[in-house]
Design a protein. Sequence first.
Length: 377
Amino acid sequence: MKIKAFGVEEWMNEYEEEAVYNLGETCAKSITVKELLDYQGRGKEALEEIYQMQMTYGAIKGTDKLRREVAGLYRTGEISNVVIAHGGIGANHLVFSALIDPGDEVISVMPTYQQHYSIPEALGAEVKILPLTMENGFLPDLEELEKMASNRTKLIAINNPNNPSGALMDKSFLEKIAAIAKKYDAYILSDEVYRGLNHQGEAFGASIFDLYDKGISTGSMSKVFSLAGLRIGWIMASTEVVKEINIHRDYNTISCGRIDDFLAGIALEQKDKILKRNRRMILENAGILEEWVKSEPRVSYIKPMAGTTAFIKYDYQIKSEDLALRLLRDTGTFVVPGKALDQEGYLRIGYANDTEAVKEGLKKISEYFRILEEEGK
Ligand SMILES: Cc1ncc(COP(=O)(O)O)c(C=O)c1O
């Protein structure tokens, strides 16, 4: 199967290690195993359990405990609706490989995580792109979606909260998308790996799984729970879809690792503490970012409502990749160029890392903008 290179992942693989001020990171600053076990307060027992753990494949589908904790993140749903996968990336991949055949029509928003348009395309689907624009607050234009959808539409892929913009679709917005999908009996895949860090109100927003019988949600330990190193993600779907997905899962997963499953179970048990820590950090850093945007006349954005990233539009005559590379090489500040997300003229800023790195990185970007102004760009 031929597939287009994954822009963001290629960029991260190539350059992230050079970062001094990492504004490319999308995970709320990752925690250590010690921090996790300290939240739980029974570190010695947990470590003893790991010491004694026999390294079999463990529970093939994931332990009941982990699947129960995952199901608990949704209003509806039970263990039988949960598929444990290799990160959110494995979860999304499984959904597409189980449901999409050559000739199917798939609608995907853009910008989004590239999996959602490049995998169905590689599987031989006809992919239609629904652009998310700054003018629309990076929310889908529902009239346009209505025009695009047809009886041939097999799946509509959305990303809520959105990477890179931090835009958030609320319950009533999702219900409108579900009504369009229902008309054509289409699935909705909602990549919800950033769900759980709404900046205001309830930390967890509405999930498509709870709102639509053909709604499929994917989630992960990586971003809002600060545990990317566990490589645990999941799918929430109807039992019929779970059955289809498990046929594919048997070919590429077996199980997701006993230690990872065990620690993810502890983390979800302790989720309130982790989310409290992350929300505090994110709100502080989002405030710093907002002040910075206000102070830069040639920069604009839509204030993120959730998640860990913002999409910054700049008004300088320089390609995003050149700008990002110069920022990295000359100042040590690492950002993701819009080009890597198929959107020229933007930079993606991840603001959920160290507060000092965010402050210093933004200061360096400002200094660099002054140089661009001197160059007449
Ligand atoms: C929207 C989105 N989905 C999925 C992933 C995959 O993350 P993971 O496999 O660590 O859960 C990412 C990572 O950047 C993402 O931004």
